[in-house]
Every structure is written in C-alpha cells, then in structure tokens.
Write a protein that binds this ligand. Structure first.
Ligand code: E4P
Length: 214
C-alpha cells in the first residue's frame, strides 16, 4: 500500500519524507491557500523533495481551462499529476490528458460510477473522499470497497487513492479493504507508530536491564 501526504506544507513533507516510507504528495486549493504561497512555486519545491507523484489541482471548471492549466502545471516536473474534479468537464479533460501521456488524479469522488467513468477515461488515480462522506452520516469506507470491487471486476488499472482521511482507523480500514494508496495529513501519519504498550514495554526493558547491570 502506498502512502501519500496530504499537505502543501514543505516542512511536513520533508519530515514525512525523512521517515523513508513516503510515496507521494497531494495538494488542493484549500491546502495551498493555508500556506499563502504561489502554487506553482510550492509545487516545484515539493518536487525537489519527493520523487513520487505530486498532485496539482486545477482551479478551472471547464474542460478547456482545465487542459490549459493542467498542461502548464505538468511542465513543472515529471512527477506532477494533474488533479481534476470528477465532473463531466473533468472527465473530458482526463481523457485528453491521458491521451497526451499526462497522469491525472480524479478528485472529489463521492460515488462509484464516477470512479468507473474516470477509470474508463484513463485516470491514473481516483480520490474517493472518506471523511466528507462520514461527515454527512454515511460510511465512506463502503465507497472504497465498491470501487475496489468494480476495478477488480474489470481489471481497471486506475489506482484507488483513499482521501479525506481523518484518523488512523480510516487508514487501517483502507488497508483491509484494499485501497492502493492513502493520502494522509501529517498529524495522522504521526500516530501510525504509536501504542502505549510499546512505550511501557521499552520502559520496563530498560528498567530491568539497569537493575541487573547498573
Ligand atoms: C485529497 O486529495 C484532498 O486533498 C483531501 O484528502 C481532502 O481532505 P479533507 O476532506 O479533510 O479536506
């Protein structure tokens, strides 16, 4: 299972990269707005740190605008992936970019037929948003399972990138259901190696050792 970090903060990206298990980065307009820095400049900085896929989201809502933005962003670095909304215009842009050899990440996916359509259009990644589905009282994990099943049924190569992950249980459930990738905020990644019994065990081992050998 691949692990991406979901942030536009360079310091968090460097810290996650230093763990040695980071496979890519996703950004979005809200995340870059938080950083208050030019989007293109930050994407270039991120691509200096991470070799894996780095998603750059378009702002345009129409196919022509998405294509213009996407082609421009794709020039930043070879590992840039163009993030497009899962709309009809996004679908057309996805197909056009895929035909040009530009990889896409189809974002804001909330139902399985969006995932089927974007896979048929040649998307590299599809991003179902788990947390935002949970937020409206439904179960985001059901969507991951449905997309997994559909892609497996037809051997569709688009990767399922679980997004809008809010806590470690989301990550565990994604791994159990078979998401190919999860994109995770840094504060959640930091919890993945935590268990109080690990800390208690270390303390006890050291105390026993010190008692015996000083
Ligand atoms: C995915 O690529 C998005 O950037 C992200 O996961 C959205 O998460 P949120 O619902 O917590 O904003």
């Amino acid at each position: 299972m691949e692990l991406y970090i979901d942030t536009a903060n360079l310091d968090e990206i460097k810290q996650a990269h230093d763990l040695g298990v980071l496979d890519g980065v996703t950004t979005n307009p809200s995340l870059i707005a938080k950083e208050g820095i030019d989007y293109g400049k930050r994407l270039a900085e991120i691509c200096q740190v991470v070799d894996g896929p780095v998603s750059a989201e378009v702002i345009a809502l129409d196919t022509a605008g998405m294509l213009a933005e996407g082609r421009e962003r794709a020039k930043i670095a070879e590992n840039i992936v163009i993030k497009l909304p899962s709309t009809v215009d996004g679908l057309r842009a996805c197909k056009a970019l895929a035909d040009e050899g530009i990889r896409t990440n189809m974002t804001l996916c909330f139902q399985p037929l969006q995932a089927l359509m974007v896979a048929k259009a040649g998307a590299f990644l599809v991003s179902p948003f788990i947390g935002r589905i949970d937020d409206i009282g439904l179960d985001g994990m059901d969507l991951i399972a449905q997309i997994r099943q559909i892609y497996d049924n037809y051997g569709l190569p688009t990767k399922v990138l679980a997004a809008s992950i809010r806590h470690p249980k989301h990550m565990l459930d994604c791994a159990m259901v078979g998401a190919d990738v999860a994109t995770v905020p840094f504060n959640v990644i930091q919890q993945f190696m935590n268990h109080p019994l690990t800390d208690i065990g270390i303390d006890k081992f050291l105390a026993d050792y010190k008692k015996a050998f000083g």
